[in-house]
Design a protein around this ligand. Structure first.
Ligand SMILES: [Zn+2]
Length: 438
């Protein structure tokens, strides 16, 4: 918060230099308000991306808008990924690395993204914001201290019944407005820019089908972060575990001595977590990892519990698996007739392991933010991004802020300045790459 107070002061001095540019044909705010109306909620456990066909509604809109802006090689892949290329305007574009920008189109399965009604709280004057269609949904200053830096700004929220979809339609709108700004201002020099909008970031499958080679970027940025100034080159290392409880089902009327109800074992297993597992999402912050049982299914015959394992250090995941297996062993002892199975898959790895070799990616981003009047700092993400997977697959990809807050919930918000300053940072970033050349 301290840094943001400073940046609010610096901000004004930079407005003049940036405003010498011709404005984009449409503001990031107007684009954003159009994109959030499209329901793009993704779904867990689907065989292939896009997990929901409705994400293609936004893909097709972005495709046509990219074409209208004059972006080259625009296409939607069979997996629902939108690709495009903004050619550089340098005498020799090959002298500067091709830089990629990625935002995801889907919204979280956690909260509905259908019929989003964006509310604009014009010229915010401080205080808590009560969302009009569910008055129990309140964005409080106590829980959102950044609100103090948004006095006078236009704050955008949902109406209390849905999420807003700032995650990550802010990123989509900012990348589109960056392209628009560059097209209006040929005096802004930049190399080739690769563009992509991906489905299924929230459920983790969309990026698996990403055509890194065909896209052509040497380095990339996901534009999927939160409040102004937050830049991340570090994410969780992540595993997802599934614990399966196998009992025996039979007609309840004739079940005596036969039925083994697996749901009791599953319930008992879960009940042990608050007592025996110290590091859970609700008890940790900063760099401390956690174990998080987050979804499950109760049935007489078979019950399952899915558990997220998260740590910045890959070796921490092994310790977490051991902790879960301990709880399983205890449960198994109590319910000898229920068969308990454990399985886990690796989700993604902390991208810092690779990005530490390319410090210029975040250095330039911090400089780009500074030129936009935003004081940036590196903050590890207590989550994963598509960049984690891309980095692991050979395309170094840190994450940039979008101005958004409270992702995956009804209290999500962004602001006009949040969208604007994030867009300016992207425009400055491609210029810096053209200046530095490597
Ligand atoms: Zn996101």
């Amino acid at each position: 918060m301290r840094t943001l107070l400073i940046c609010a002061v610096i901000l004004n001095s930079f407005v003049t230099s940036f405003s010498q540019n011709k404005p984009p044909t449409e503001s990031a705010m107007d684009r954003f308000l159009r994109y959030v109306k499209i329901d793009t909620q993704s779904a867990e456990d689907q065989p292939a991306p896009p997990s929901t066909k409705k994400q293609l509604d936004l893909a097709r809109l972005l495709e046509s808008e990219l074409k209208a802006l004059g972006v080259r090689d625009v296409r939607i892949s069979e997996w629902g990924i939108v690709y495009g290329m903004v050619p550089g305007n340098l005498p020799d574009n090959s002298a500067v690395p091709t830089i990629g920008f990625i935002a995801h189109m889907d919204t979280s399965p956690a909260v509905s993204g259908a019929n989003v009604t964006a509310i604009i709280h014009k010229n915010y004057q401080g205080g808590d914001i009560v969302l009009p269609n569910d008055k129990t949904q309140i964005i409080t200053v106590a829980q959102n201290p950044d609100l103090k830096n948004l006095i006078g700004d236009d704050i955008i929220t949902a109406d209390g019944t849905t999420l807003l979809g700032s995650d990550d339609k802010s990123g989509c709108a900012e990348i589109m407005t960056m392209i628009d700004t560059l097209m209006q201002n040929p005096q802004i020099k930049h190399g080739n820019i690769a563009i992509a909008f991906t489905p299924d970031e929230e459920v983790g499958g969309g990026i698996d089908k990403f055509d890194i080679k065909g896209w052509g970027a040497k380095f990339a940025y996901t534009v999927d972060g939160e409040q102004l100034g937050d830049i991340s080159n570090e994410t969780w290392s992540a595993r997802t575990a599934t614990v399966t409880f196998r009992g025996k089902s039979t007609h309840p009327g004739t079940a005596k001595g036969i039925m083994v109800n697996s749901s009791y074992a599953a319930g008992d297993f879960l009940a042990q977590f608050p007592k025996t597992v110290k590091n859970r999402p609700e008890t940790t912050e900063g760099r401390v990892g956690f174990i998080h049982p987050y979804v499950g299914n109760l049935d007489v015959e078979t019950s399952t519990v899915k558990i997220l394992l998260r740590d910045f250090d890959i070796t921490g995941l092994a310790g977490q698996e051991a902790a879960i297996k301990k709880v399983i062993a205890k449960t198994q002892k109590k319910y000898p007739n229920v068969k308990i199975e454990y399985a886990s898959v690796l989700g993604y790895l902390n991208m810092k392991e690779v990005l530490k070799n390319y410090p210029q990616l975040t250095d330039y981003a911090i400089e780009a933010a500074k030129r936009s009047g935003v004081t940036a700092e590196l903050r590890p993400i207590r989550g994963g991004t598509d960049g984690s997977r891309l980095t692991a697959a050979g395309l170094p990809t840190p994450n940039l802020f979008t101005g958004g807050h409270n992702f995956h919930g009804k209290l999500e918000f962004n602001s006009r300045k949040g969208l604007q300053k994030s867009t300016e940072t992207l425009v400055n970033l491609v210029q810096i790459w053209a200046e530095k050349k490597e």
